[in-house]
Design a protein around this ligand. Structure first.
Ligand code: AMP
Length: 282
């Protein structure tokens, strides 16, 4: 498989495909591809005639420079990984200039309540960076549908808002979280975990499952305290936040209401590696 690295080549390829009435699916990634990404690509292949997978480590969405520096970059391996999909998949690997031009900066979006909690609260500027790069990539790739993982559920909500704000005619599709057999959500950052950290990290999902099993019978205050205490007891994992929010607007839950859907979210540090996960509660 040959990676496309310039917008001009991408544009020509896409124009050819569109002129024959075919649909374009898009899976934006930051590379270090794994089975979680593959599951999104499968959805795109099922739903569209041509799937574009982009690999671009977006500098403007990293609030921590060391995280950006250490983010795994494995482009050659990734292109090989994508070759297994055979037809109807192309890979776009632009450099920063191809995406941003000469000035690498993010636009100031106001995503309202969606960005004031969890990832938005703990990673200032993160969603402005995500919104900026996706707006640029969406305009280059011009997909009919774009596929995002519920692993980054808050990002998925932000992207739905972004296409409204930017008036883009793209259907945003959320795909389920792909987990290892031991429950750990697949993530590019997992490649940085030590053997010991890989052994203890499945505790994250186990705790989420326990919380889900108690959601009906226990209060939100109890469940929050439970999560905090569990991670205090667990050596090697440090809880950054735990929240239970309404799935629709991501507002923290104070009182359970019927006919509303709730989800628990957390961010945990294993050493300096930050892991996030979430689970539907009802
Ligand atoms: P990333 O390369 O981490 O920016 O992720 C690219 C896309 O893959 C995003 O839409 C993520 O939500 C999605 N993704 C990452 N990990 C998983 C996973 N374990 N299951 C499902 N989707 C995922």
């Amino acid at each position: 498989m040959q990676a496309i690295t310039t917008y001009s080549v991408l544009k020509t390829t896409i124009e050819q495909v569109k002129s024959s009435g075919k649909t374009i699916g898009f899976v934006p990634t930051m590379g270090a591809l794994h089975k979680g990404h593959a599951s999104l690509i499968e959805y795109a292949i099922e739903n569209c005639n041509l799937t574009v997978v982009s690999i671009f480590v977006n500098p403007t969405q990293f609030n921590n420079p060391s995280d950006l520096k250490k983010y795994p970059r494995t482009v050659e391996r990734d292109v090989e990984f994508l070759s297994s999909f055979k037809e109807n998949v192309i890979v776009y690997v632009p450099n920063a200039e191809e995406v941003y031009g000469n000035i690498i900066s993010s636009k100031n979006y106001n995503f309202g309540t969606l960005e004031n909690v969890m990832e938005g609260k703990h990673r200032p500027g993160h969603f402005d960076g995500v919104g900026t790069v996706l707006n640029k990539l969406f305009r280059q790739v011009t997909p009919d549908k774009a596929f995002f993982g519920e692993k980054d559920f808050q990002q998925l909500a932000i992207v739905k808002k972004l296409v409204q704000k930017e008036r883009l005619d793209i259907t945003i599709i959320g795909c389920p979280i792909y987990r290892q057999e031991d429950g750990l959500a697949m993530s590019s950052r997992n490649t940085r975990l030590t053997k010991h950290q890989l052994e203890i990290a499945p505790f994250i999902y186990k705790t989420l499952l326990t919380i889900k099993s108690q959601f009906k019978s226990q209060s939100v205050t109890y469940l929050k305290q439970y999560a905090i205490q569990e991670f205090i007891k667990k050596e090697g994992l440090e809880l950054e936040y735990f929240e239970i929010v309404n799935e629709k607007n991501l507002k923290p839950l104070s009182r359970k209401r019927t006919h509303q859907k709730y989800r628990a979210f957390l961010a945990v540090y294993a050493g300096e590696i930050r892991l996030i996960d979430n689970i539907a509660l009802n």
